[in-house]
Design a protein around this ligand. Structure first.
Ligand code: GMT
Length: 375
């Protein structure tokens, strides 16, 4: 198949998932065309089946807001026609679903049929999409997609609650390459972070408000009093400086490291003992799944789709949003004893296999195939 993938190229989960999907499809022999404004961060290796088409937005003094969506639709039309795409798979509704709708209509007028599959990822529905400046366009373009998928049952239900969607929304859970994430820790790296064998707690995100990173700091403060430990923050974003200030205020800064954006997550996760995710909402929580695949138990909130990927008391614990004390107690319970930690690590590794790339990618292929027979 010749597949066009449209996504955000940044560190966010939707872009990561779309890129990993494209790479997996290319490995299976499909020709994959990424259409986006920048090389996706996880698109870091050469593959003869992968093509990358950069969307360029012409600037002009008249444009206070350069029309990215128009440029994106034009790029889609160009790639559909010049590379004879069989379908377009767009990740994150805004503005990808409406740009795809326009591209679809343009090529239709030229006599070509191109199915559009839209995958909803979370904030495109729950935060940004609901905003009335976007809502009518989001609802319309989702309804115009030939197929709609959501990354969790929770997101599917939220979408139906928020918009008048007239079509079936298929749940295809996010996935992880469990083989790639199952790494041996690099001892030298572990020693740099935890020179005296302390436990290592980790959080990775885009540090947006929805992640409640201050809760992570407060949980660590409690855990740290009982268990010699270090906290590693991976990623960057608007709430990072607030988290740094809180670490200073609580006098734990020497035991916390902010390592910024990293693309080799599997190597960093390999040294972690516990992953913390305190989000107010996660449609899925890909970062938590990647942690589990690396054998790292997860203490998280029970928000959104997180209960669909974790097992209470086995792969970690799920607590109410903001319940810092329960999350701290659970973290301590996992970390205080080597045998318990080992059991949680093994459970996390085993459970992540249910979301292995080789189980999930065929679900997308089966969906694509339904449309190829219509073309
Ligand atoms: O978490 C973010 O803010 C980034 C966002 C994105 O669109 O990249 O992540 C969303 O999509 C991920 C991949 O499907 C999910 O794992 C995240 O849970 C989801 N984030 C939210 O729902 C807040």
């Amino acid at each position: 198949m010749r597949i066009g993938i449209v996504c955000y190229p940044t560190f966010g989960g939707s872009g990561v998932l779309a890129t990993e999907l494209g790479k997996a499809l290319a490995d299976k022999g499909h020709q994959v065309h990424f259409i986006t404004y920048q090389q996706p961060v996880r698109l870091n290796e050469f593959n003869a089946n992968i093509f990358y088409h950069e969307v360029r937005v012409t600037t002009y003094p008249l444009f206070d807001y350069p029309p990215y969506e128009t440029a994106l639709s034009s790029a889609m039309v160009d790639v559909i026609n010049n590379h004879q795409l069989d379908l377009l798979h767009v990740h994150y509704a805004i503005p990808h679903a409406s740009a795809a709708y326009l591209a679809k209509k343009i090529v239709e007028a030229q006599g070509r049929y191109i199915p559009v599959i839209t995958t909803l990822h979370g904030t495109d529905i729950t935060l940004v999409g609901r905003d009335k400046t976007f809502a009518p366009v989001v609802a319309f373009s989702i309804n115009q997609s030939d197929a709609i998928t959501a990354v969790s049952q929770n997101l599917r239900d939220e979408t139906f609650r928020s918009f008048a969607i007239e079509k079936e929304i298929r749940v295809i859970h996010n996935f992880v390459d469990t083989h790639r994430f199952h790494r041996k820790p690099i001892d030298a790296f572990r020693r740099v972070i935890a020179p005296n064998g302390e436990r290592i707690l980790m959080h990775a995100s885009n540090f947006r408000k929805v992640k409640r990173v201050q809760d992570i700091v407060r949980i660590f403060e409690i855990v740290h009093k009982k268990i010699p430990s270090k906290l590693l923050f991976v990623g960057d974003g608007p709430e990072r400086s607030g988290a740094e200030s809180l670490c200073r205020e609580l006098d734990i800064f020497d035991d916390v490291r902010f390592v910024g954006k990293q693309d080799q997550m599997e190597e960093i996760l390999a040294v972690a003992d516990l992953f913390l995710l305190t989000s107010e909402y996660e449609s899925f929580g890909l970062a938590a799944l990647e942690a589990m695949a690396a054998g790292v138990p997860v203490v998280s909130t029970n928000a959104g789709g997180l209960p669909e990927i974790a097992i209470q008391g086995e792969t970690g614990y799920l607590d109410d949003v903001g319940d810092i004390h329960s999350m701290s107690e659970h973290a301590i319970r996992i970390l205080e004893n080597d045998d318990i930690l080992k059991r949680f690590k093994a459970n996390a590794t085993a459970h992540a296999k249910n979301f292995d790339i080789h189980r999930i990618v065929p679900q997308y292929e089966a969906l694509y195939n339904r449309f190829l027979t219509l073309a």
